[in-house]
Design a protein around this ligand. Structure first.
Ligand code: AMP
Ligand code: MG
Length: 424
């Protein structure tokens, strides 16, 4: 008991720093901007989706490499169809991937052309086949075309030597396509950051164990691991820490050897909430010890000092209630994981959606409430899921987003546009 007595004493010494949601988020963004880029490694393009690029990808040729037809039809000179219908003489065919054609097209001539085929220099437009009819070698064009229509000029998308993808870019399918089009079957990507996950609580047992009536399975370590993975990190789950200073300190120190430490539980004001005390005793600096949000108000963010061979390591103390843990990861920790993985910072963006039914809350906190998007296409709507508060992970598993309620609103009215934060 000596441990927890001293903890109360030390706890009281710490100045709480409770920030608004925006200020807390800004503090995380600032810390993320100070992160040093990680080491890079080579990765075959097939496995690059979702990784973060650690080099610049340059165009190795013009894009498109030749003036490209964007429709099936006839390449011609726009002047020739200034008056329609116009009858033109068909003088050849150009197919995608066919031999290069340096066909000379004269004023009253045209050449049949396929989507993706190179347009001869002497043509300046392509008329869609739908606007033509053909009899033998004669093509009747029924619609005018402007010069340049249905042609993407060589180099219009990118010039040879131009930087197409920059370091810090997350490799989306489109970015993978660009790298592939430049012949890059292998890329340099940043190593994934190692993120230690430490769940604390005397009530916790491993998910493989049979819990006694008063025990809870440690699901948070697993939801966090899934979130870390999705954010590009490599999760490392540590053993469950009891609510006792010495073993907790040992596990916190072990976790601080990773690139980031995520703690779950033990950050509220209870007598056995020892996480802040232990970090304080290890010389940690605290950027905030709470945010005006629900769920997740007691969330903690800080940095532990360098130790022999170990860089200063940031940590998040996430409140243990399962929904709080998940929400606080999305709001704060994700940005750090991404930064530690070398990704360029991105702003947190909310999507605007129509609200299905009224929402009543108390003012003062920014709320992120589990909600469900339904409807279809432009009739998409959002509605809260019924839940029993921040411990209700089953309700959250039925949700597919969080409804964001600003701190100055106590009523959101059905039909109004509201903000949501995506949860996938
Ligand atoms: P705490 O933040 O430590 O006060 O924890 C609040 C509540 O969250 C606890 O009473 C547990 O019911 C629940 N909880 C804490 N840690 C976990 C965990 N790792 N997995 C699942 N539930 C947890
Ligand atoms: Mg606890």
């Amino acid at each position: 008991m000596a441990d927890s007595d001293s903890s109360l004493y030390n706890h009281a010494l710490m100045e709480p720093t409770i920030l608004s949601f925006e200020d807390a988020r800004r503090r995380v963004e600032q810390a993320a901007s100070e992160v040093r880029p990680p080491e890079a490694e080579r990765c075959e393009l097939l496995l690059c989706g979702g990784r973060v690029l650690a080099e610049t990808v340059f165009a190795d040729r013009d894009f498109p490499p030749f003036s490209r037809a964007t429709r099936d039809g006839y390449a011609l000179r726009a002047d020739a169809v200034a008056t329609v219908p116009a009858r033109l003489k068909l003088v050849g065919e150009i197919r995608a991937g066919g031999p290069p054609q340096s066909l000379e097209i004269h004023e009253r001539e045209c050449v049949e052309i396929m989507t993706g085929a190179p347009v001869p220099d002497s043509a300046d437009a392509v008329v869609m086949v739908e606007h033509t009819s053909r009899t033998g070698d004669t093509v009747e064009v029924r619609r005018r075309v402007a010069a340049g229509e249905n042609i993407v000029p060589a180099g219009a998308e990118a010039k040879r030597g131009e930087a197409l993808l920059r370091s810090g870019t997350r490799l989306t399918p489109a970015a993978v396509a660009v790298a592939g089009a430049c012949g890059r079957y292998e890329l340099r990507v940043f190593k994934r950051p190692r993120v230690a996950i430490l769940s604390t609580g005397d009530e916790l047992v491993d998910i493989a164990a049979e819990p006694a009536a008063n025990q809870i399975r440690n699901s948070n370590s697993y939801s966090l691991a899934a979130q870390v993975n999705a954010a590009g990190g490599v999760p490392a789950i540590l053993p469950i820490a009891p609510d006792e200073v010495l073993p907790l300190r040992r596990l916190v120190q072990e976790g601080l050897a990773s690139d980031l430490l995520l703690l779950s539980g033990g950050v509220s004001m209870g007598k056995y909430d020892l996480v802040e005390q232990v970090l304080h005793e290890l010389g940690a600096e605290f950027f905030f010890t709470g945010a005006q949000i629900q769920p997740g108000r007691p969330v903690v963010f800080g940095r532990a000092p360098a130790r022999s061979g170990v860089q200063p390591t940031c940590f998040f103390g996430l409140p243990g209630n399962p929904v709080s843990t998940m929400v606080c990861f999305e709001l704060f920790a994700r940005a750090m994981v991404e930064a530690l993985g070398g990704a360029k910072a991105r702003k947190m963006m909310f999507t605007q959606v129509r609200l299905q039914s009224d929402v009543n809350v108390k003012t003062g906190l920014t709320r992120f409430l589990p909600a469900i998007l339904s409807g279809e296409y432009e009739r998409t709507e959002v509605e809260l899921v019924k839940w029993q508060g921040s411990g209700d992970m089953a309700a959250t598993a039925r949700a597919n987003c969080y409804l964001v309620v600003p701190p100055d609103r106590e009523k959101l009215v059905a039909g109004e546009m509201v903000s949501i934060l995506s949860a996938d």
